[in-house]
Design a protein around this ligand. Sequence first.
Ligand code: NAD
Length: 308
Amino acid sequence: MSDTFTPPERIGFIGLGKMGTPMTRNLKKAGFQLALNDVNLDLARTMGKELDAPVYEQMSDLARACKVVITMVPDGKIVRDVALGREGVPDSGLAAGFAAGSVLIDMSSSAPVGTRKLGEELAKRGIHMIDAPVSGGVRRAVSGQLAVMIGGDPKVIERCRPILAAMGTQLFEVGELGAGDAIKALNNYVSAAGLLAAAEGLVAAQRFGLDTHKALEVLNASTGKNNSTENKFAQFIMSRSFGSGFSIGLMAKDLRTALELAEQVEAPMPLGRHCVPVWNEAEKSLGANADHTEIVRVLEKLTGKELR
Ligand code: NAD
């Protein structure tokens, strides 16, 4: 399979949210043409004008216009609907329009088991699928420096490499279809556990009478530092901007995926069993659209004092 997707190949892109919008801009910058869809049609039309790209309301029409389509939507259930059509609405999915040999690249953070199942169903229709979820947040989506975790047939991945390289600088081939989704969910578990542990430590330090900025400085010069202490606390939490661009609902979804995965493969995750319910409760009390860094508000509510 040598038919690599290179510019100016037209790429279908579904999901123009906080991540999808900057990712489409980088594809355009790399010379690809685009065709767009979002359930929010006003947003899709605005982006269509900016990127000189047609907007398709029907997934099957989008699939007829492109040999490769990227999904960047909230979760794998939506990817499934987009790919195969909504229940009771036959032919409303990409599969109804794709020519044999077309490729679906799911860059959403989806659940690996669902991804494998979807891939098998698409394969029966001659459609390839790879999973390529990302890390790095909105900031690195804008700069085109995402880390991309890719699962699937190496030959198909090779065909898609120029597309992925337009959005990310670190491309990791991690295994079969679903492997990217697995390590993505596990990464977010490790990240969320680190953020929560740091918040607990800083709240306890504050209650002991320490200055929180000084305590953070000490963590960052010591073995307790992690990505949250080094980046998220100063930028999004102490500043009270809570503007990371990654919602608590999406984080909680990833953590449920990680815990489910551990259960499916019988891997011990005792810390996860305590940590994930805290995020689920936070999603309920703060609302799914709150920023994930607002998790500290759960602890602040209990102490009655902000981490400033
Ligand atoms: P978002 O909510 O900002 O954007 C999702 C977009 O998908 C929205 O524009 C929405 O209208 C669209 N959409 C929803 N259902 C749809 C459907 N049925 N058909 C077409 N469009 C639909 O989310 P985001 O923050 O951009 O995240 C997208 C994905 O990337 C998620 O899986 C998330 O977990 C993952 N992710 C996000 C970040 C981040 O920092 N925000 C980082 C890494 C990975």
